[in-house]
Write a protein that binds this ligand. Structure first.
Ligand SMILES: *[C@@H]1O[C@H](CO)[C@@H](O)[C@H](O)[C@H]1NC(C)=O
Length: 238
């Protein structure tokens, strides 16, 4: 009994030490993000930064980052959300070139299955709806198209996913489980793009919103399509 208690105390100490080590590693990144959020609350700075970001966008595919003047960026809720996202990213198991985690997802009812049209010949599209980036009872944003509170149960999540399903008719939409296993494995929060090929991660987009680039995804797919066409040509020559 005593040995058992000592063992569990030992395990807890290891866990606490591990948590402390991770916090130390993540702290610089987190502080930078916090300072950026703080600066973004000065509207003149926010305007300049948003203009800059728009200039550096890859093309018409990428949704412009928009933050209304009334939305505060630096708050307890926003800091919690940023910390949560950075931790998920740190612990994710999906890494470029490595085996793609095959996480469980939940299918929506009454779904018309169609795949994203332009690349349907070379890729199937799947949208996994994860936890809300801007829940109305958390880091709320008036720029969000819907005001959705944090999902308390799968039912809540599926209802919200259904709204998304209406927004993106070209893509199969599923929902993350309430264990958030896809979100954790892929470090998906707030939003993220991946390409999986032969059960491996072939493309890993940056963490959204700033790292979310549809044009980058598109250029990967274009290159892939070209390489397929070229390899077909080679076969014909032989
Ligand atoms: C999954 O995410 C939801 C937020 O949508 C949260 O309420 C819940 O606690 C998370 N589940 C786990 C197991 O962390």
């Amino acid at each position: 009994m005593v040995a058992e208690m000592q063992q569990s105390a030992g395990a807890q100490t290891v866990k606490a030490l591990k948590n402390a080590a991770v916090s130390l590693v993540l702290l610089p990144r987190f502080l930078v993000a916090a300072v950026v959020l703080w600066f973004l609350d000065f509207l003149c700075i926010r305007k300049k930064v948003l203009l800059r970001m728009r200039d550096h966008e890859g093309g018409p595919d990428d949704p412009p980052v928009c933050i209304s003047d009334s939305n505060r960026m630096f708050s307890l809720e926003s800091l919690k959300a940023v910390w949560h996202g950075q931790k998920l990213d740190f612990f994710k198991s999906a890494h470029l070139g490595q085996r793609a985690p095959n996480t469980e997802v939940v299918q929506l009812k009454e779904q018309k299955t169609r795949v994203a049209s332009q690349y349907a010949d070379i890729a199937d599209s799947l949208l996994v709806y994860i936890e809300e980036a801007h829940p109305s009872d958390g880091w709320a944003s008036s720029d969000a198209p819907y005001q959705i509170p944090k999902h308390r149960c799968l039912e809540d999540r599926l209802k919200a996913a259904q709204l998304l399903n209406l927004e993106v008719p070209g893509c199969l939409v599923v929902a993350d489980t309430m264990e958030n296993s896809s979100n954790a494995a892929y470090g998906a929060y707030f939003e993220r793009l991946y390409i999986l090929k032969d059960e491996k991660v072939a493309y890993q987009g940056g963490r959204g919103p700033e790292g979310y680039s549809i044009s980058e995804l598109r250029s990967w797919l274009d290159q892939y399509r070209n390489s397929l066409e070229n390899s077909i040509t080679v076969v014909i020559h032989v």
